[in-house]
Write a protein that binds this ligand. Structure first.
Ligand code: ADP
Length: 254
């Protein structure tokens, strides 16, 4: 039996002579995306998202009574986010114990979502957002934010806008949109950005690597354009779900 190495090798170059990336995309192209809303029966709201090979499920519960009670906030709901990677989501088995990275990303994702949610409408309650990465191929924090805002909307939680997110990167000296795992690993930098597109408000901006001011400006502009494309897909996915619910209600009424 031939044993094929499973660990991704470093490619000779990340952008070829035609300006195409390792997965054939142009520098300003998003990965292929799929979004579905209302996919989990038990949750108050849920979403499934595929961004290239990255796959994520999000379940939202609440607003609901908060335990332990002493955590309750008198003037608003407590938004809790839990980002988890399945053990089988990466090349080498990930330990099921929560890692420092998962704890950090849970906080970063919560902070990117908080500005969009009218938390003050539900004092003393909790809104729980559970994020499960089923397959990780780069950009999981951004995919989580995009999917979580869909799941929050599906749960009927009032928001001033959806949040759309995408990471741009610096790869072989080019600024590229929506980096995958190989580009993340072997590129020279990445910048995840989350945006409330209608309000034009950035709710997450992280930066890794060395960027000149001009590269930063170019990257931010590319990320904003990417978020706007994702926003259009989010609205389509929500509209599709509303139409399904409407059909269900009409059928029940017959
Ligand atoms: P993000 O997924 O938001 O880009 P990171 O930059 O921390 O977050 O991770 C980049 C990618 O590295 C992930 O999407 C995943 O593909 C990979 N990765 C993260 N953690 C692990 C791990 N424990 N084992 C293997 N690969 C991992």
């Amino acid at each position: 039996m031939k044993i094929v190495p499973r660990i991704k090798q470093q490619p000779e170059r990340l952008i070829d002579e035609n300006g195409l990336r390792v997965d054939g995309r142009r520098v300003d192209e998003l990965r292929k995306m799929k979004m579905e809303v209302g996919v989990l029966k038990q949750a108050d709201g849920s979403a499934y998202l595929e961004q290239g090979k990255t796959k994520v499920f999000v379940a939202v519960y609440g607003p609901r009574e908060l335990h332990p009670r002493h955590l309750a906030l008198p003037d608003r709901a407590l938004l809790r986010c839990t980002y988890r990677m399945a053990s089988f989501s990466v090349e080498e088995r990930k330990s099921p114990a929560p890692s420092r990275r998962e704890i950090e990303l849970s906080k970063v994702i919560r902070q990117a979502l908080e500005p969009a949610v009218f938390l003050e409408r539900f004092p003393k309650t909790a809104i729980d957002v559970f994020i499960e990465i089923i397959q990780a191929d780069g950009g999981t924090r951004c995919a989580s934010i995009t999917a979580a805002s869909l799941a929050l909307a599906d749960a009927g939680i009032p928001m001033s806008d959806l949040v759309a997110a995408v990471a741009v990167g610096k790869v072989d000296g080019h600024i590229v949109l929506d980096i995958n795992d190989i580009e993340d690993k072997y590129g020279q930098g990445d910048m995840p950005v989350a945006l409330m597109p209608r309000k034009k408000q950035i709710t997450l901006l992280q930066l890794d690597g060395k960027w000149t001011p001009e590269e930063f400006r170019q990257g931010l502009e590319l990320a904003i354009r990417g978020c706007e494309q994702i926003y259009a897909m989010q609205k389509t996915a929500l509209r599709k779900r509303y139409l399904e619910v409407r059909e269900e209600v009409l059928r029940e009424g017959e």
